[in-house]
Ligand binder design. Structure first.
Ligand code: NDP
Length: 387
């Protein structure tokens, strides 16, 4: 099987690498990364990749040096990422973080590849476009987000029309029990420490604000086509149940597993088969209890914002994600406080809602990218007034 991994040096990328390195039937086409060129080069040597690409021109020389004598092609920059996505592969992992992951995944679909989609931002910003592109080229998108993989697995052999509701779980993040006053003082170090999952910095902070879950609610709608009212979120601090599907006869099918992304990645890699995976097996007696609570919309407004965005449709998802990415950058840079992130996203959407482009149907990558830029500029302008 020919595979490519976009975002190979990240948390999902490393888990994917771990699974690929255990197999002897893999032909690696492209591996891409950002600044971590040493790691990218080491992965490329192990998997004997045809080409490696760093997203940053400034990292090209270091990557070239690290791969000297290997015979592996080296390239850099945004266009090089797209070119790598156009190389024929059977299975492509989309694990770049943020809206930057959209274009390479889109191009991979146009080649007919199976796209293992970790980059949730692709569906949030351009869901209808991505699904259409897959259908047009006979390509398949397989969800890698653990909640969506869980829903996907619970639906195997079921009639989608028999589904009444879908419940995706949220750990609640590190601030699940914090008061508003405590949240107002939450630091970057506290926000980037997840209680259960080891993930990249950005998604970890998005889990603390519940923006990650907000993106996932939109992702659920775009991928499976459920109505917003059918999609529920429940806080489940142990992160053992990833999602549940409720059927019209009242049955709930739950998917359980340890918090290890190699399960969802491995499922997508082996689909439609199941194969042995190096993940821990659950000991239910030792776990002893699984608990659930409703998310608090006052302390964590991200879920309410996601529902408003789903009502607007069109390019509202792209604006929402872009504003959220700017808010995150500002928080990481120490220019915005924790609670200000949701406020910045809400104010950006409010400001853009006077522009009809926000609700225009998503028909081309270019209009999605234009909305992304417009929302970033708007959010940055608002943030500069807040700081
Ligand atoms: P990381 O931050 O750990 O890794 C991101 C990857 O993308 C790295 O390879 C990084 O390169 C590369 N990258 C960063 N910026 C750019 C850019 N502008 N252009 C091209 N490449 C870039 O992220 P995660 O692995 O945590 O997450 C990846 C995606 O998967 C996200 O969309 C996330 O929401 C989703 N996801 C993650 C889960 C997890 O458990 N981590 C679970 C479910 C979904 P480098 O590091 O070399 O700079």
């Amino acid at each position: 099987m020919r595979v490519s991994v976009f975002g190979a040096t990240g948390s999902i990328g490393e888990s994917t690498f771990d699974l690929l390195a255990r197999r002897d039937d893999i032909e690696t086409v492209a591996l891409t990364g950002g600044r971590n060129v040493e790691r990218l080069a080491a992965q490329a040597r192990t998997l004997r990749a045809q080409i490696v690409v760093t997203a940053h021109d400034a990292c090209y020389a270091a990557l070239k040096d690290a791969l000297a004598g290997s015979g592996i092609e080296v390239a850099a920059g945004t266009q090089a990422l797209i070119d790598a996505a156009e190389r024929r592969a059977d299975w492509v992992m989309s694990a770049i973080v943020g809206a930057a992951g959209l274009a390479p995944g889109f191009r991979a679909l146009a080649q007919g590849a199976t796209l293992a989609l970790a980059n949730k931002e692709s569906l949030v910003t351009a869901g209808p476009l991505l699904m259409r592109e897959a259908a047009r080229h006979g390509a398949r998108i397989l969800p890698v987000d653990s909640e969506h993989s869980a829903v996907f697995q619970a639906l195997v052999g079921e009639d989608a029309a028999a589904v009444e509701r879908v419940i995706i779980t949220a750990s609640g993040g590190p601030f699940r029990d914090w008061t508003l006053a405590q949240l107002a003082r939450a630091t970057l170090a506290q926000a980037q420490t997840h209680p259960n999952w080891a993930m990249g910095q950005r998604i970890t902070i998005d889990s603390a604000t519940l923006f990650n879950k907000a993106l996932e609610v939109i992702e659920t709608r775009e991928y499976f086509g459920f109505e917003p009212a059918q999609i529920e979120v429940v806080v489940h601090p142990q992160s053992i149940i990833h999602a549940l599907v409720g059927f019209r006869d009242g049955a709930l099918m739950a998917h359980l597993g340890p918090p290890d992304m190699r399960h969802a990645i491995g499922y997508a890699l082996n689909w439609p088969d199941r194969a042995d995976l190096p993940v821990a097996r659950l000991d239910l007696a030792q776990l002893a209890e699984l608990t659930f609570e409703a998310p608090d919309p006052v302390r964590f407004p991200a879920l309410r914002l996601a529902r408003e965005v789903m009502e607007m449709r069109g390019h509202a998802g792209a604006a929402f994600n872009a504003a959220k990415e700017v808010a995150l950058d500002e928080f990481i840079a120490g220019r915005l406080r924790f609670l200000d992130m949701a406020q910045l996203v809400e104010r950006t959407i409010d400001q853009l809602s006077t522009d009809s482009c926000l609700t225009d149907p998503v028909e081309a990558l270019e209009t999605v990218e234009a909305m992304d830029q417009m929302a970033r500029e708007c959010a940055r302008a608002i943030a500069s007034r807040v700081a």
